[in-house]
Design a protein around this ligand. Structure first.
Ligand code: XMP
Length: 516
């Protein structure tokens, strides 16, 4: 999708947990970056016309049998290369230096003393905090290289051969524990690779729109809208490119949050004038879910019905050539295994099952190259309202997996009201963007209460709010107590069937973010 002429910086991934972070840091310096597996062929690398190459860290030792190595001709391309940790060791070893096991594994914060003349560390303090994580050490640097930074345990923490445009750092500038590390990627991208810092969301949007136009031509595109940020941004982007050749389908499964169906219709039909098929399938979902309490059974029913309904609508619309999806970059990056074998796990968001194959549609995934925060920036660039751009994630099975126990229209209504109050108070307290996801769960228990001198016997709800980077792990959010107090008071006063409010203080693991 990106214009290949824009000369990305390539990150060759040696299996580091930080490879994605490196790619992000480069993009934060307004230079487009792509991650390739370490064993990408020379042709593949050259095809991208990279302005520079970064060799990532990795868990292996360069001496291990089958240790991951890039094509050695990478070092002869004359393109600036930056090796980080394992990448630095590999560079040293491949170019005639020496790498040996350290007597003491170094893991954690260290202090780098440097006298940088290369420009790579420009702006960093002469003694700067850095993050180290390595078992091997470079003990001899290759001919032509000079050392320009050391730490107490690491005599060759920064070394380079500027004439050959090769730079190596034993520490990790991409992590937050290297507080001035962003400067390293900025310096590498601009001063060393000579990149003109042109990669902005505006530019990306323009190129992506042209890319969609070129790919789709006069054909037709179907897009399932969920109201979440990814599908919303994808839809608006595609609409900019091909206008009425796009049709969106939004299925109201009766398990949506308060006002969600209205918001989606208002924004996409009203603001953007997008062809939108709105399907009210509430009854169909609730009929099939009646009496079902087992979480997996609920999920299966909801998933199956969604695909059925989506397919019915697609059939009514006549042949569609493409199915648009909001797949993001973290889902498509090939992950390399620690042992160096090119094991490839590509996960695709097939929310609509095998529909593309069954209906002979191609996939259109205009966000494939973006990280989540970049999708948000793109959404803002395209004029989507903050309500959608900053929306917390919402699971496909919706309130169905937050209405623990039996799902009824009345219980869903109770949950929807409580959820709306919780989110409203979070927004009022200015905390919405500090929280990854906030939700209310209706529990399958009742409790005794007293309201206006009357005994009540009503439902109990639990609030859940978590911080997270990627939803793989999460911690419960520390609310100021007065916010929780306001939420609790309002829910008990305003939501008819709830008389008790709990706050869930469990992290993930051991709990998941959703309850079911
Ligand atoms: P858990 O509950 O497993 O959820 O900690 C992790 C993240 O994924 C979301 N989630 C889903 N998203 N379809 C989705 O699109 C689903 O079936 C689904 N289940 C959970 C959840 O809300 C959280 O952000």
């Amino acid at each position: 999708m990106i214009n290949p002429e824009s000369n990305p910086i390539l990150v060759l991934d040696f299996g580091a947990q930080y490879s994605k972070l490196i790619a992000r840091r480069v993009r934060e310096a307004n230079v487009f970056s792509l991650i390739l597996p370490f064993n990408a062929s020379l042709d593949e690398i050259k095809k991208h016309k990279p302005a520079g190459i970064i060799l990532s860290g990795g868990p292996a030792s360069v001496h291990a049998p089958g240790a991951p190595k890039c094509d050695p001709r990478v070092f002869e391309l004359g393109i600036p290369i930056l090796g980080i940790c394992y990448g630095a060791q590999l560079m040293a070893q491949e170019l005639g230096g020496k790498v040996e096991p350290a007597t003491k594994r170094e893991f954690g914060i260290a202090h780098l003393d440097h006298r940088d003349t290369t420009g790579l560390l420009s702006g960093m303090d002469a003694r700067a905090q850095v993050w180290m994580s390595h078992g091997d050490l470079v003990t001899k640097i290759p001919a032509g290289f000079d050392v320009f930074g050391t730490t107490d345990n690491c005599p060759f923490a920064a070394f380079a051969n500027p004439a050959a445009k090769m730079y190596a750092l034993q520490f990790h500038p991409e992590v937050v524990h290297t507080p001035q590390g962003r400067l390293v990627y900025r310096n590498f991208a601009h001063a060393i690779c000579g990149h003109d810092a042109s990669w902005t969301m505006g530019e990306f949007a323009q190129l992506a729109i042209e890319g969609v136009r070129a790919k789709v031509g006069k054909k037709r595109v179907l897009c399932g809208l969920s109201g979440g940020v990814d599908s919303s941004v994808a839809a608006v982007l595609i609409h900019r490119a091909i206008a009425d050749q796009l049709t969106c389908v939004f299925v109201n499964n009766g398990l949506l949050r308060k006002g969600e169906a209205e918001l989606v219709q208002k924004v996409f039909r009203g603001n953007f004038n997008i062809n939108l098929v709105y399907v009210d399938a509430e009854k169909r979902f609730l009929d099939e879910l009646a009496g079902v309490t087992e979480p997996e059974a609920k999920r299966k029913i909801i998933g199956r019905l969604f695909v059925e309904i989506f397919e019915e609508e697609a059939t009514k619309l006549g042949h569609m050539d493409f199915l648009a999806q909001g797949t993001l970059y973290p889902d498509v990056i090939e992950s390399v295994s620690a042992t160096g074998g090119p094991s490839v796990t590509i996960k695709s968001h097939h929310n609509v099952g095998g529909l593309p194959e069954k209906m002979n549609m191609q996939l259109l995934e205009p966000l494939r190259e973006l990280f989540k925060d970049e999708v948000r920036a793109l959404g803002r660039e395209l004029g989507l309202p903050d309500d959608i751009v900053w929306r917390h994630p919402f699971p496909g099975p919706g309130l169905g997996v937050r209405c623990v126990g039996a799902i009824t229209k009345e219980r869903l209504e109770t949950l929807r009201e409580a959820d709306a109050i919780f989110i409203d108070e979070i927004v009022r307290a200015g905390l919405y963007r500090d929280i990854w996801q906030a939700l209310v769960v209706l529990l399958p228990v009742r409790s005794v209460g007293v309201q206006g001198d009357e005994r009540t016997y009503e439902e109990v709800c639990s609030l859940r709010a978590v911080t997270s980077e990627d939803a793989m792990t999460a911690d419960w959010f520390r609310f100021p107590p007065e916010v929780l107090a306001r939420v609790s008071t309002r829910i008990c006063n305003e939501v008819r069937h709830i008389n008790r409010v709990m706050y869930d203080v469990t992290s993930k693991p051991p709990a998941t973010i959703e309850w079911e």
